[in-house]
Design a protein around this ligand. Structure first.
Ligand code: SAH
Length: 388
């Protein structure tokens, strides 16, 4: 038996994300229309429902309030009614780690006990929150730590929105003014494949972009995919954020191996889908992520082929070179610094921007592809102990 977890198909666990009968309904994750409906069902007179919905929405998304009693413009006698029927949840933060470079990593534990990670990365001119779309991931990219996690489930829209709420709580970002924010950008680049959880990601981003709520601009949100080709078109039509593609290889032979979804959707189909992505012009370039793996995908010939492909498909592109972040047992090494520089320069020389992304939060294992909860590992070793 091959014990390498990358060769084992992860198990997707179905989970009820709807609210069991009688339990308070979580407001995070409801669209405004759904909240209004739910208020009417809870007995709020229909003629008041729009107003109450707007008031609650602003308390939740402008002020970060989690307690109905604090909603001072809502009549006092409604507070217990709301508290009985609704809740404004926060996942438990099972650990929050702060790196010396300002990066913060949160491990969130959701109601069913499963966990996902969220990372805040401050830079000079922006602050980016890297959000997870799934617990674990089914893709099994060979260089990615998350793929070694066996249990996978989709996060609900509320759980996706909650990651931003928790980070805002921690950064003291309430009330949510649009000026001087710490979290200015969002990338769907945490654990999981956002396009395998399309509906929930779409709904969550809709809530995050809502004009009366957090008001994050779609230009400041990037959705990253390993290449679920049929969903790229839908993402363009229905979500329309910036797009990032985890390319990592320029031949199907290699990409089949390191990004196995390529066997289903090969490079040509992927790049054609990028070409068709709305707004794919210079003002909105597509980001191509390229992890630098020593002696695997980092030759001059690879760089030239990358340029050729981007030109062939006439893609307005930016290449992000990511130094490989090793994790215990990883089957690859990071390319040498000189090699990464040379690779970058070859692409720049062709007129395509190819910055090298500096690893952040390495001291807390928060860098790209390292996301995987330690507690899973802890639980596994405890299980092994038990089995002895
Ligand atoms: N499933 C989505 C989003 C999650 S991965 C996607 O594939 O795009 C986020 C990014 O981190 C991807 O570009 C991924 O390829 C990269 N990555 C994963 N493991 C890494 C590692 N060990 N070192 C550097 N980058 C890694």
């Amino acid at each position: 038996m091959n014990l390498d977890p990358s060769f084992t198909d992860p198990k997707v666990i179905p989970r009820r994300t709807d609210t069991p009968e009688g339990a308070p309904m979580d407001i995070l994750g409801l669209s405004r229309d759904e909240l209004k409906e739910a208020l009417i069902e809870a007995g709020i007179p229909a003629r008041q429902a729009s107003m109450r919905c707007g008031q609650i929405w602003r308390w939740v998304y402008h002020k970060g309030v989690t307690d109905f009693a604090a909603m001072t413009n809502i009549a006092g006698e409604l507070h217990p009614v709301l508290a009985e029927k609704f809740r404004i949840s926060r996942p438990e933060v099972s650990s929050a780690q702060y790196s010396g470079d300002g990066t913060r990593k949160y491990l969130m534990r959701f109601a069913d006990g499963s966990e996902a990670e969220t990372v805040y990365i401050p830079e000079d001119d922006r602050g980016t929150l890297c959000i997870s779309a799934q617990v674990g991931c089914t893709l099994n990219c060979r260089f990615c730590h998350t793929g070694t996690q066996r249990l996978v489930r989709n996060l609900s829209a509320g759980e996706i929105v909650a990651q931003l709420m928790v980070a805002r709580d921690d950064l003291g970002e309430w009330p949510a003014s649009t000026m001087g924010r710490k979290i200015t950008n969002i990338v769907m680049m945490g654990m999981g494949e956002p396009l395998y959880n399309f509906d929930n990601v779409k709904k969550a981003l809709g809530i995050i972009m809502d004009k009366e709520g957090i008001q994050m601009s779609r230009r400041r949100i990037t959705l990253s995919t390993a290449g679920v080709v049929p969903m790229i078109e839908r993402a363009g039509k229905e979500i329309n954020t910036n797009l990032a593609i985890s390319l990592h290889a320029v031949t199907n032979e290699l990409r089949d191996k390191i990004v196995p979804i390529n066997r289903k959707y090969p490079i040509e189909e992927l790049l054609a889908a990028c070409k068709a992505y709305p707004g794919a012009h210079n003002a909105r370039r597509i980001t191509f992520e390229y992890v630098m793996l020593k002696d695997i995908n980092d030759s001059d010939a690879d760089a030239r082929e990358l340029v050729r492909l981007l030109r062939k498909y006439e893609l307005p592109a930016k290449v992000n070179l990511i130094p490989f972040n090793p994790w215990p047992g990883a089957p690859y090494e990071c390319s040498d610094w000189e090699r990464i520089r040379a690779f970058s320069e070859l692409i720049f020389a062709a007129g395509i921007s190819a910055p090298i992304r500096m690893p952040r939060g390495r001291d807390i294992m928060a860098a790209c592809g390292q996301l995987k909860s330690d507690s899973i590992k802890a639980r596994r070793s405890a299980a092994k102990e038990d089995a002895r």
